[in-house]
Design a protein around this ligand. Sequence first.
Ligand code: MF3
Ligand code: CO
Length: 264
Amino acid sequence: MPIPIKNAEGIRCMRESCTIAANVLARMKEQVRPGITTYDLDQIGREIIASFGARSACYGYKLHSSAYPAYTCISVNEEVVHGIGSLKRILRPGDIVSLDVVVEYNGYIGDNATTVPVGPIESAVAELLRISEAALDLGIKQAQVGNRIGDISHAVQAHVEAHGFSVVREMVGHGVGRSMHEEPQIPNFGRKNSGDKIKPGMTLAIEPMVNLGRHHVRTLSDHWTIVTADKSPSAHFEHTVLTTDSGPEILTLASPTFPPLSKP
Ligand code: MF3
Ligand code: CO
């Protein structure tokens, strides 16, 4: 399957869905505090998504036989991705929480994630967050027309491993557009100058998943939540990026003035 190239109309729609996804994420992030449950955070996400006239692309999503039961993915500490909000999971100081927001608007999907500290956290965990976010930035910088997908993968892996952390192998970044997961797959490990050539008009969800300990993961009995096998904390940062002749453009950027006020 070829990698979809978006035309001007597709890009306009991607800008909208990605802007919404980014602003939902920014507002959820403001609600993270000790004492809140991950269920309540997910419900806040559900309400904000609806207030922007969008739809959660996670709710009901099927990767396998069981449909995803929540509106956003909320993953605490050793949970890597796809955590399901629960009334039993109360955030406490020292936790880290990954929020992953995927919305559909006018038939196009925007996808982004971030990991935030809950109160004060251990310095090694703070470094995990810094390095993981920097790895995302370095991966994005490689999303240049003429480069290959492996250049993104390599940049992420090199930065993470240089700081003694590990990248998850089982889950990957991906093209995103009318579907949440399109070609190409974007692993967080790989070789320079390998994989598909990057062309203008690709929309790519780049998403390092980084473990403080070893890279191995397993799936909980809820069929969704991915956790580190060694129970070490894990971080996850994600942006949807448009490739252009003048370089990568991050589409999932939030603005304090979103949504634009309607004119009187
Ligand atoms: N950002 C995640 C991904 O790209 C979102 C998954 S949503 C879920 O896979 F529905 F699968 F949970
Ligand atoms: Co994604």
